[in-house]
Design a protein around this ligand. Sequence first.
Ligand SMILES: Cc1ncc(COP(=O)(O)O)c(C=O)c1O
Length: 457
Amino acid sequence: MSNGNDEGIRRYRIKRQLKQFRGWGTFFWPPCLFLFLFFLITKSQIITIAINEIQSIYYIRMRETLTMYSDRLKPLPPYLFSKLDDAKEAAIKKGVDVIDLGVGDPDQPTHPHIIESLLLAAKNPKNHKYPSYIGMPSFREAVSDWYKKVKKVDLDPAKEVIALIGSKEGIAHTPFAFLNRGDVALVPDPAYPVYFNSTILADGVPHIMPLTEENDFKPVFEDIDSNIAKKAKLLFINYPNNPTSATADKSFFREVVDFAKDNAIIVCHDNPYSEITYDGYKAHSFLSIEGARDVGIEYYSLSKTYNMTGWRVGAALGNPDVLAGIGKIKTNIDSGIFQAVQVAACEALNGPQDCVQDKNRMYKERRDAVLRGLNKMGWGARVPKATFYVWAHTPPGYDSISASGLLLEKAGVVATPGVGFGKHGEGFLRFALTESVERINEAFERMESLDFVSAKR
Ligand SMILES: Cc1ncc(COP(=O)(O)O)c(C=O)c1O
């Protein structure tokens, strides 16, 4: 019996404990549940924070990687022209009627017969394939025929002409074909920035040849240290010249040939403005000089002569070995020019040339309007015989950036600061003849009304 009694006591105790436990349970469960939920929420927050952290570290690293440009980009000077573009865009957004004498891009459209030729060629499926690397034979022949007719230079289209996607492309690729790390290229200053920048991109060292007014904006070869001259592999020149609009006669080109021969330097003559000339001046091809083909090449462009800047077509001509070097780079980087564009370029070169003369008459009127305006304001500028630029002195007390900034801010006129073409361009502004005479006159009326002295204060 005692066993039955013990069993009863045991059951009684269990029941009581269960009751107690339920009592405690009702008391403890809510905070436990709360703590559990809190833990879950905070844990998920911790997880989210952790994920965010990982992501942000990843993004920061990614962002760093995306802007971790190669060392060869670091020495490139800031591209001043894009700043100028931004300032111009900002002025336009503010509602300013901007007169743009800054850009070296013809305001007139490509001539209609060239466009017609493109339209026809674009419809021909034969032209839809990869083009030849060095250019269609018909294009190279058209360039060589044009050179014979216009520049009195005989070129073998098979070996002495290659097509370029605009002359800029050929200029930019040339240093890659000839410069090893640390090799020197002789580069004018002020100048089209691609000579300097492509030398840097190819790990070369640009050696500046100052172009000064006293030297008629020509390099003085005697001033180049003979050790540097001996080390130099490339020499860039450009006449008719951008930005100074200086021209070169045959005697200067002869000097270039002699200097190049003495020092075993490849001459790269950039000639995109050869057909924009005034007052009876005719620009010589560097290749027309005896011995020039032994030392170098010339870049030719259809961009300015035929209002075809957007079409991207030009050529390099002259020494076959130099062209072969550039060609080797090109076969590894680009795949030629759309054939329909080359067909249209043939039409430009072989077709009627009166459009070129008409354009020169138009640019001459604009040039004279700019010169009149500058003279009235007392700003010195030489009368350009070629190119569509006027290279004018900045007003007294102004450097080229402040003068150009003032013109845009107070007169809504864009002129390119000379320093954008190199430090020796300081003290000058470049006015491009790419607005009508009426707009040029208006630009100078606005500029005349500016008080440069008080604006300075
Ligand atoms: C001196 C000079 N060289 C070359 C070029 C490039 O011309 P292209 O359109 O043939 O690339 C320009 C364009 O402004 C230029 O001014």
